[in-house]
Design a binder for this molecule. Sequence first.
Ligand code: AKG
Length: 145
Amino acid sequence: VVRAENSPVPDYVPDSKFYKVEAILRPWRVPHVSSALLKIGIRGVTVSDVRGFGAQGGSSERQAGSEFSEDNFLAKVKMEIVVSKDQVESVIEKIIEEARTGEIGDGKIFLLPVSDIIRVRTGERGEKAERMTGGQADIISVGSN
Ligand code: AKG
């Protein structure tokens, strides 16, 4: 993922090497978002079917006298993407670009610091675990770098 030289990374608080971008999105926008993320080199995305509501209490239009109730939960998809700090803004920009309709219900993005990343296959940690590689060659090279 390449960022323009003139767009500095914001000072996220707390500072971390890695962040999780967690996005609650309209289900039918998710394929657009994931293929756009693939195109910019993002390789690790987790999705879950979730239900929820936001400021509108689950209705797409504000109605006078409408009550919040538990059956107003709407189907959404939660996407979770863990990346290094310098990739965060590109991921957020891409999600907004591909998920936004401009209508109520487009969802939200949360940014969380991540303490470490551990690849189960190799035990690699940190940057080595974040980097998307795979296969036998990488298993062999573990310990030699
Ligand atoms: C909300 O509950 O905040 C909404 O945005 C409802 C509309 C929707 O998610 O489609």
